[in-house]
Design a protein around this ligand. Structure first.
Ligand SMILES: Cc1cc2nc3c(=O)[nH]c(=O)nc-3n(C[C@H](O)[C@H](O)[C@H](O)COP(=O)(O)O)c2cc1C
Length: 317
């Protein structure tokens, strides 16, 4: 649904922006990252969010959760640390109250879920199986802000287990969202793909902390948090390139995207699609800005589709 005020984006005639993501065809590669786009409705006054390639919602869990003690956010050079946790009303209230609103947004909808263990991930997917208007599930196997949140993306066996348990209960496209807080993400991503993941999202936030030395305390209420924003882009680009080289399923690049140049860098490094996160906080029009500029950048490289650019970065001499 677009409000009467939200401006429509021109649809480019001569550039094919569509991408395929493990059984899912998206109108374009630009999505929003979980936890950074509210319910989507908040952004509707700024532009027609139906023009986005996809919308990923804040993580939903089985039971309601309150999230972490405040302060939960602090700015850092080139980024932001958050220890929001996973506050949400729980799956039952979510399906009843929020899902109907999300269905009106008009962009492909990705519901992001997290369980305490593999069977809870599967149970959440099972509950959502009865619901229409969901285009894919993203498994948040990588939240650094809750106890045990990264358990399923720090070992290959854990990743395979949780994805395969969810795969047993749904044919929907499954996106495994992985953590950068590991020595080598490649075997973990490969195991997620073996378990049935249709795509890999990389990356979630990097563990970090901020210190208030005058009060001899960490700034965040939980002590540690997840680092996001432009400062993590080089880490994420390196990971996307590694995954493009080694994993058979498409990669969704996430981390520090704030404009079209960043998107082009991710596509060339090997991302089939991207998610924009922290930038939504300081530029609510970032999705629109990127989509307006993307066709011109694709043409600049002599291409006429997103797909022909993915992974075409040349190797260093
Ligand atoms: C305030 C905040 C809340 C977030 N909440 C979630 C969440 O609920 N689930 C999730 O999978 N990722 C969550 N993330 C991680 C983002 O989706 C994304 O992976 C990360 O921020 C890196 O992208 P960015 O640098 O563009 O923000 C959150 C990030 C931020 C900044």
């Amino acid at each position: 649904m677009s409000s009467p005020e939200s401006p429509k984006l021109p649809v480019p005639a001569d550039v094919d922006l569509s991408v395929r993501l493990g059984g899912l065809t998206l109108p374009n590669p630009v999505g929003t990252a979980s936890g950074t786009f509210g319910k989507g409705l908040e952004f509707q006054p700024f532009y027609d969010v139906a023009s986005l390639g996809f919308i990923v919602v804040k993580t939903i869990t089985m039971e309601p959760r309150a999230g972490n003690p405040s302060p939960r956010l602090v700015e850092t050079p080139g980024g932001m640390l958050n220890s929001i946790g996973l506050p949400n009303p729980g799956i039952e209230a979510y399906v009843r109250d929020t899902l109907p609103l999300l269905r009106t947004l008009g962009a492909p909808l990705v519901i992001n879920i997290a369980g305490h263990d593999a069977s809870e991930f599967a149970r959440l997917a099972e509950i959502l199986e009865k619901e229409e208007g969901i285009d894919a599930l993203e498994l948040n196997m990588s939240c650094p802000n809750v106890s045990g949140g990264m358990d399923y993306s720090t070992s290959a066996d854990g990743a395979r287990d949780v994805v395969s348990r969810v795969r047993d209960v749904t044919d929907r496209p499954l996106i495994a969202k992985l953590s950068p807080n590991v020595t080598d993400i490649r075997p973990i991503a490969a195991a997620a793909a073996e378990g049935g993941a249709s795509a890999i999202s990389a990356i979630n936030t990097l563990l970090g902390m901020a210190v208030d030395w005058r009060h001899r305390r960490p700034v965040l209420g939980r002590g540690i948090g997840g680092l996001s924003g432009p400062c993590i882009k080089p880490v994420a680009l390196r990971i996307v390139r590694d995954l493009w080289r080694t994993v058979d399923v498409p990669v969704i690049g996430i981390g520090g995207i704030q404009g079209v140049d960043d998107v082009m860098e991710y596509l060339l490094a090997g991302a089939s699609a991207v998610q924009v996160g922290t930038a939504n906080y300081y530029n609510p029009c970032v999705g629109k800005d990127i989509l307006e500029a993307l066709p011109r950048c694709i043409r600049e490289l002599g291409a006429s589709s997103v797909r022909e650019l993915v992974g075409t970065l040349e190797d260093p001499r």
